[in-house]
Structures are given as structure tokens and as C-alpha cells.
Write a protein that binds this ligand. Sequence first.
Ligand code: ADP
Ligand code: MG
Length: 330
Amino acid sequence: AEVAERIAAGEVIERPASVVKELVENALDAGAREIRVEIRDGGLRLIRVSDDGQGIPEEDLERACARHSTSKIVRVEDLEHLQTLGFRGEALASIAAVSELTLLSRPIESEERGQEEPAAWITVRGGELVQRGHRARPHGTTVTVRELFYNVPARLKFMRSARSEAGQILQLLNHYAAGYPSVRFNLSIEEQSLLQTSGSGDLAIALAELYRLPLAELLIPIEVTDEEGIRIFGYVGNRVLAQPNRQHVMLFINGRPVQVRALQEALEAGYRPLLAKGRHPLLVLHLQLPAQEVDANVHPAKTEVRLRRERELATLLTRSVRAVLERSPA
Ligand code: ADP
Ligand code: MG
């Protein structure tokens, strides 16, 4: 790949966890009910994400790996009402520019047509198509990324240990599994299964599966609807689950995991007076806002969002969290 292309790729793909994030989001956008993630050597040797989503027709495989090609935006107006997690068409191209990426896929329609139409695959290395072929698989898509950053030595040097990269990936999957309780997630790191959810659709069950706790007594539901059409729902863990870090404070806006400084602070203002100093709860909150209240088109990594009524939301969050924790037994 061109040097400029590798630099551009670096903006979206900083580390193995960024690859996993993009591939999981693609699987979710494809309507997957099951997503399996496999990691070796902290993701530098191998990242594989398989889904049972709608798949990609063979004639679109190459285009999917090209820059600025997305199948997700039909009209400019769609930017205002984004329903998908991806929309820039950069992720696969960026990953393929700095690794060896194999995209194997079989569309649902092809499966319906029967055995004689197998799945197709292409391998792109450093942005160049190097091989293609066919093989059997049920509908869905598998993306395998090998030798990440093999052609970006400067980036490789900055990678932390495989263990710390794997830790980030585990945290990321935890977030998505809490965000999408109706999807079955499975994460295996160095051939060990570290996370599994059943896709029951019930957030409390997903949290119980993620944290392996008798959560019925330990999770307190939050459910608030205001007159502006804003809905807040989720769970706060009982105070005994409080942690010395913010890892388990998770906020989702319209299903998208987000980092919004003001809202994060608003949550903290809600729980701080009720917990021991420096402690943070298990807190999983989903905000459902009318799509036009949210502008996700801010940063390629997309965990930042801009909100039209951030102040009001912040107040609502602080109040809701405080009210619920006050009622919880200490
Ligand atoms: P974006 O998600 O912004 O559209 P990507 O580079 O992540 O861009 O993906 C490019 C295109 O490849 C997508 O628009 C989609 O059509 C297709 N694609 C990628 N991953 C999958 C997947 N897991 N299942 C089905 N289609 C996929
Ligand atoms: Mg994408």
C-alpha cells in the first residue's frame, strides 16, 4: 500500500482492539445473531471474527475492501438518521492496508439456492489482492486478519504485551455483549473461551453471563421515560459490586457504545455521593433518543457523539442514577 494509505489506515486502526471493534460492528450491521471472535498473540498474529449475518455477494468482496466503499448509506439524508454502526466504508480497507486480510462470505440468498454455490473468499495483503477462491460454509461472513501492522514497524513497536492487548479486547467484547443482549457472543483468546453470552435478549441475563454473579439480587433496574421521547433503561449493580475503576460503567446511545464526557460526569455525579471514595459501580445504561438528536459523524472511531440536548440529558442521568442507588441496600 501507498505510504499515505498506511498513514490514513493508522487513524482508524490504532491497535488490535480497533480491528475487533470494526469487525464486530460490521457483523452487527449485517444483522448477525451470533458473533465469534478469536484472538492469537494479542491479535497481532490472528484476529478472526465470524458472523451469521446477511453476507456479501462474491462480486462485492473486492469493493468491500476498497476505500470509501460502503453499502450502508443510500442518500445524503441518511446521515441524519443513521441506523448502522458503520457508514464511512473505511474500516476493511484500512485493516487490509496494514495486514493480510481474508474476507470469506456467503450471502443468505446463496445458501437458499443450495450446495452448488459455495462461499467465496479473497485475500488482500498490504492493500493488494493476492488470492481468491471458494469453499463451503453456511451463510455469513468470516474476516481473518493476520500479521497486523507487518508493514508499519513504527506501530508495531508501540504495541503493549499480548496480554494487555487481549485485556482491551475482552473489555470491548464485554461492552458489545452488554449492548446487544440478543446477540450470542463468544470470545476466545489464545484458544481459551473467555466470554460467552446466550443471546437471550434479556440484559439482566447477559450481565449475569458476563459477570458470573447471582445478579437477581445484585442488579437494580433503571427505567425512565420523559416527555421528550427520551428513554433510559439499564441496571446499576448493588453497592457491593463497586470497583476501583470505571471499566464497568457503560453507556449506549441508540445501541452504540459511546464516550460522552459530560454524560460520564453526570453519571458519576449521581453515584459518587453514595459509594466509597474512588469507587465506581457496575452500571449499564441504554439511552434511546430520537435519531435527529444525535450526531455520530464526529470522529472515525465514532465513540464520540454530539448531542443536541446534552445538558438536559446530563441532569436526567444524574437524577436517575442517584434515585436508584439511594433505594438500594448498602
Ligand atoms: P462500513 O461499515 O463503514 O460500510 P467497512 O469498510 O467496515 O465500511 O465495510 C465495507 C462494506 O463491506 C460494508 O458496507 C458492507 O457492505 C460489507 N461488509 C463488511 N463486513 C461485513 C459483514 N460482516 N457482513 C456483511 N457485509 C459486510
Ligand atoms: Mg464498518
